[in-house]
Structures are given as structure tokens and as C-alpha cells.
Design a protein around this ligand. Structure first.
Ligand code: FES
Length: 111
């Protein structure tokens, strides 16, 4: 697995508040692949999170009403900073690296 950067959104489409779910599409070993990531507008700046739950690897979703990430598998919950606030996850959501290039936000994922 190596870290590769893929375009997520135009800079103008980056969230100004809250969290935006983005599907990265790329060509991997087995053809076209997708990875869901989240961009969060945090006080310290735009932050990208992996959607992979740290418990058993299910894909979490962002609940904009409760303002938390929720895992459908065993009820894991994370706050907007990716920190665990409930359920079995043993660790926060992974932070992903961000780069700005050519007017776009690129996010690094391991592929
Ligand atoms: Fe997410 Fe178990 S895989 S709570």
C-alpha cells in the first residue's frame, strides 16, 4: 500500500462549515475503485478523515442532525474531530493528508 493523492473537490466547493462526504474514484489494481472520505471544516482548518471505522472496518456516515459520525455496524460514534464518543471503536477516525494543487483539494489515501 502506498499513499496516493486524488482530487476530492474544487477549492471553492470545500465545506465552510460542517462536514462534506466525498467519493474519490480512481483506478486501482482491480480496475475502477472508490473510497469515501470526509472533509470537515474545523477551527484549525480543513481536515480530511477516512470513513473506515476503527472497530472492524465498516464505513461510517456523517449525521448532520446529531453532528457526529455514526457506524452502522455496532453503533460506534465519533465527534466532528474524529474522536470516539460512543460504542466499541478503539481509536479515532484516521486523519488523511491534504494538498492544494491547481485549484483543487487533493486527499491522500493508501491504495
Ligand atoms: Fe464500526 Fe464496529 S465496525 S462499530
Amino acid at each position: 500500500m502506498e499513499m496516493k493523492y486524488f482530487p476530492a473537490v474544487d477549492i471553492n466547493d470545500a465545506p465552510q462549515k460542517g462536514v462534506k462526504k466525498v467519493t474519490l474514484t480512481y483506478t486501482g489494481d482491480s480496475g475502477k475503485e472508490e473510497a469515501i472520505i470526509f472533509l470537515a471544516a474545523l477551527p484549525q482548518g480543513l481536515t480530511a478523515f477516512s470513513s473506515v471505522c476503527s472497530h472492524l472496518g465498516c464505513i461510517v456516515d456523517w449525521d448532520s442532525q446529531k453532528e457526529e459520525f455514526v457506524c452502522p455496524c455496532h453503533g460506534g460514534r465519533y465527534d466532528i474531530n474524529g474522536n470516539v464518543i460512543g460504542g466499541p471503536p478503539p481509536a479515532p477516525l484516521d486523519n488523511l493528508p491534504i494538498e492544494t494543487r491547481d485549484g483543487k483539494i487533493f486527499v491522500g489515501i493508501k491504495v
